[in-house]
Design a protein around this ligand. Structure first.
Ligand code: ATP
Ligand code: MG
Length: 565
């Protein structure tokens, strides 16, 4: 199922496709593709493109393919190809047998290039890269023609064949389209179509030493695959005339390029070039739970459904915008609220001894797994004389609005009893509170006090003897600034990285039902947030949990504030 099956979303792209279907422009066909370059891992921005391409194909009875735009062997690898396939599948989409590679088209692309030369629409240039740049001109000045521009067709054909045969060094010659050196669009000033790169390709090995450029490859790949609507991001708007020129010059089937705004998200960066730089320096890997990559989000505990919902909600528009991360988190919370069982876990333990509770007694108390879904049932949680509570749920000198535990104060322990703090034990040297002594009221088991007295707080807890020791990694935004891509705010984006984006807590205590939690399993730790057993580092011997997201819904708050205005 695709996310758009059930939701009647509409946008300018869908409107346009519906119009094309009405006028039978492509014989009623809808054919899209998701065309990643395998030079890094996919990020949440790519998810927008994936949901859009597979979404519209699904919605209009069409097909979507996965095409690797692998024409730059120096930066691409099989690792990236594999990760991209795994991520698209995880997100919930299936390209079936429509898995294509631009490198599979190297032969026909070469033939198309030869044809362009024969038509007098391309030529081999022998200027150096610097000279070509210098001849290109600027936005205000026209470019200058290369002295090789009027080379004969025969000479260009000969040189192009010898480029392919490996007779020349990298950079000695290039193939250029013969368009217009005075075009106001710099991309139309005789763009380079092929360059020499003596580099092995991860799929074609050393068969080729010339590789086609994006602008030549992309439109022809679309054409050969019978794509109808070639959806890409706004930065390719200036490339559209070239897309059209190549296809028209060759007189081949002509899909339609349509641009939409790329996703930008607060407190992170969606650029593979920059994410690559973070890997191994500021984060542990592409799948570091702080990364906006799909593998990072997956490891963090994001569900594919929540990402699909997010992509639906942000919609597709023509103008660039910055989407608040709070919306992504909101979509995740909505999903997890229904599916994640609630459990008790103490991240920063403070020991509590219930003085009047029998030494050897253990009670199995009933706890609700998810109040949102009675079908998820209940479980037993052991209660005993020595417990842990959260360190910050106690204050020796509580300020006015602190209602949790304090000396001589009574609170409820979730699913258990009312307890009252009667003594505080401190470290003699440091003065730090190391233990609390409480009494309990047996009449309050699992409910209220029969005499009607109230408490103002309910705390979570874990029985000391039964607790599972664990490590918990608490994550925060990767960048301190909402828009680290804004050079006015972050002249050097690296300086805006959040030094506190990860805190590792190594002495956490979990309720025993979490023993052996399968990697990837999601829970709500009551009062603390959603957490997931780390798919990489967690083991039955040493559970490791990632904080997926807090319980605080800042998006709902933002919405409320906007409504008031
Ligand atoms: P990056 O800028 O991260 O390097 P890219 O555009 O170079 O991304 P590609 O692998 O070429 O990465 O992208 C594959 C497809 O995903 C393209 O069609 C591209 O337009 C789209 N895409 C990339 N980034 C975003 C984004 N932030 N929002 C929406 N679509 C995106
Ligand atoms: Mg790209």
């Amino acid at each position: 199922m695709t996310p758009t099956d059930s939701t009647p979303t509409t946008d300018f792209i869908r409107t346009l496709i519906e119009e094309d279907l009405r006028t039978d422009k492509y014989d009623g066909r809808v054919r899209t593709r998701f065309p990643p370059e395998p030079n890094g891992y996919l990020h949440i921005g790519h998810a927008k493109s994936i949901c859009l391409n597979f979404g519209v194909a699904g919605q209009y009875g069409g097909l979507c393919s996965l095409r690797f735009d692998d024409t730059n062997p120096a930066k691409e690898s099989a690792e990236y190809v594999d990760s991209i396939k795994a991520d698209v599948r995880w997100l919930g989409f299936d390209w079936e047998d429509r898995e294509h590679y631009a490198s599979d088209y190297f032969d026909p692309l070469y033939a198309y290039a030869v044809k362009l030369i024969q038509l007098g629409k391309a030529y081999v240039d022998s200027l150096s890269a610097d000279q070509i740049k210098e001849h290109r001109g600027t936005l205000t000045e026209p470019g200058r023609e290369s002295p090789h521009r009027n080379r004969s067709v025969a000479e260009s054909l000969d040189l192009f064949a010898r480029m392919k045969a490996g007779e020349f060094e990298d950079g000695a010659h290039v193939l250029r389209a013969k368009i217009n050196m005075a075009s106001p669009n710099l991309l139309m000033r005789d763009p380079i179509l092929y360059r020499i790169r003596t580099v092995s390709h991860h799929r074609t090995g050393d068969t080729w030493c010339i590789y086609p450029m994006y602008d030549f490859t992309h439109c022809l790949s679309d054409s050969m695959e019978g794509i109808t609507h070639s959806l890409c991001t706004l930065e390719f708007e200036n490339n559209r005339p070239l897309y059209d020129w190549v296809l028209d010059a060759l007189g081949v089937y002509h899909p339609q390029q349509i641009e939409f705004a790329r996703l930008n998200l607060t407190h992170t960066l969606l650029s593979k070039r920059r994410l690559i730089e973070l890997v191994g320096t500021h984060v542990a890997g592409w799948d570091d739970p702080r990364m906006p990559t799909l593998s990072g989000l997956r490891r963090r505990g994001y569900t594919p459904e929540s990402i699909q919902t997010f992509c639906e909600r942000i919609g597709v528009a023509k103008r660039d915008s910055l989407v608040d991360m709070a919306l992504l988190e909101h979509c995740l919370r909505e999903d997890l609220n229904l599916r994640a069982p609630r459990v008790m876990a103490v991240l920063r333990p403070l020991k509590v001894v219930i003085e009047d509770y029998p030494e050897d007694q253990v009670e199995e108390l009933d706890a609700v797994n998810n109040p949102e879904d009675p079908a998820m049932g209940t479980r037993k949680v052991p209660f005993s004389r020595v417990l842990y509570i959260e360190r910050d749920d106690f204050l020796e000198n509580p300020p006015k609005k602190f209602f949790r535990l304090a000396p001589r104060r009574e609170v409820r322990l979730r699913y258990a009893y009312f307890v009252k703090c009667v003594d505080v034990v401190k470290d003699e040297k440091t003065g730090e509170v190391v233990e609390l002594h409480c009494t309990y009221d047996p009449a309050t088991r699992g409910g209220d006090a029969p005499d009607g007295r109230k408490v103002k707080a309910t705390l979570h807890w874990v029985s000391a003897d039964h607790a599972v020791n664990a490590e918990v990694r608490v994550y925060d935004h990767l960048f301190t600034e909402p828009n680290p891509a804004d050079e006015k705010v972050c002249p050097d984006w690296r300086a805006c990285l959040n030094p506190k984006s990860m805190e590792t807590l190594t002495d956490c205590r979990l309720e025993p039902s979490l023993a052996g939690a399968a990697p990837g399993t999601l829970y709500q730790f009551e009062r603390l947030g959603y957490f997931c057993a780390d798919p990489v580092d967690s083991s039955p011997e040493r559970p490791v949990f990632n904080r997926t997201v807090t319980l605080r819904d800042t998006w709902a708050k933002i919405q409320k504030a906007q409504k008031k205005k």
